[in-house]
Ligand binder design. Sequence first.
Ligand SMILES: C[S@@+](CC[C@H](N)C(=O)[O-])C[C@H]1O[C@@H](n2cnc3c(N)ncnc32)[C@H](O)[C@@H]1O
Length: 434
Amino acid sequence: MSTNPYPLGLRLAGRRVVVVGGGAVASRRVPALLDAGADVLLVAPEVTPALQAHVDAGRLHWRPRRFAPDDLDGAWLVQVAVDDPLAAASVSAVAAERRIFCVRADDRTAATAWTPAVTRHGPVTVAVLGGGDPKRAMGVRDAVRELLAARTGPLVDPGEVDPGEPVADAPLAGPPAPTPAGSGDATIRPGGPVGRVSLVGAGPGDPELITVKGWRLLTEADVVVADRLVPGLLLDELRPDVELVDAAKIPYGPSRAQEEINRILVDRALAGKVVVRLKGGDPYVFGRGGEELLACAAAGVPVTVVPGVTSAVAVPAAAGVPVTHRAVAHEFTVVSGHVAPDSPVSLVRWEALAGLRGTLVVLMGLKNLAAIADTLTRHGRDAATPVAVIQEGTTGGQRSLRSTLGAVAADVGAAGLRPPAIVVIGDVVDALTP
Ligand SMILES: C[S@@+](CC[C@H](N)C(=O)[O-])C[C@H]1O[C@@H](n2cnc3c(N)ncnc32)[C@H](O)[C@@H]1O
């Protein structure tokens, strides 16, 4: 008789799964069960801090005691995550009696189900069983993961997705998609295919600082509309057939250009294309991402927003400046300096910011740096406050200088620093320097 396992994808949403044991194995298994929507019951006298956090957040039920047979009432699956073979055997005996599949961490030969090694790529899950050898399974899984990560192009052709099969990425915002609940990566409409737009944060400049999800969506795109500050290397790796729209080259003034970008996003999506709007840093930090989302929503185009690593935090970090530090700064404020402090259209109360003790991170502030420094000192911030200015942070072209609020404008001029740059004002600038 063959002893090959029969692979299945368990749909656990709302179904009771019992985890027996509260140690490291349970801590590793529980997140995937919760991710599958399982109704998790944890049975263990004690649990790890990670499991306690799930309990505290109300994500699972915890019976703080040893296993009893009635714990399996209503269960579809049981995961035994205890070291003690006798205790584990008694759980699997009850499970077998009740015809409940049982995964055993202590002894896979005694288990009625095995947990595969898994890699997830959006809606696609690859699960590998290694014939009872977890190391073999992980080795194959890692090889598959590398192949998929290196691959460009969609893993799923949106035109081929079965509309009855929900896929993973529900849009974070936008109009209700006409596909079943939970759908979002591919949208089929009665009047023909409608594409989608993903507003993806590309991170501050280092191409490795895009998120895993952002990178995956980029590899699936038919059209990429890219900002000036997005890492060029990311664009180098696009498929040759991808339409690349350089948003920085769109003529007209800033507001007409934004209208034109909105139009391109909507038109391409309505033509059935998978569109990525790739933006520097995070799409919602001085990135006009909200306007683009509203334009797509108004046109009935589904939108997914993928947050990015913002330069406001990452660029100071790249120059050795933490935006907060224990006993130094309990707050950091991110502000745009593109409008002069005395301009009637300024929305920033610089005089109030001058009264703060913590860290001030100024984006787009080089042009108005002298006026900003002057306004802050006039309203009470000490002219000796340390300042760091970082140009092209996280990239090969990174340059930075340290100064004080009183001297920074002159120092930046002398050093010839230019945008894009970030100005960090506060004692954190010296926090990590001996
Ligand atoms: C229009 S804002 C966009 C910010 C972006 N959405 C983010 O979250 O990082 C552009 C400004 O961000 C700052 N910036 C972005 N990337 C930077 C980098 N690599 N180095 C220094 N400053 C950067 C500069 O102040 C630049 O003028």
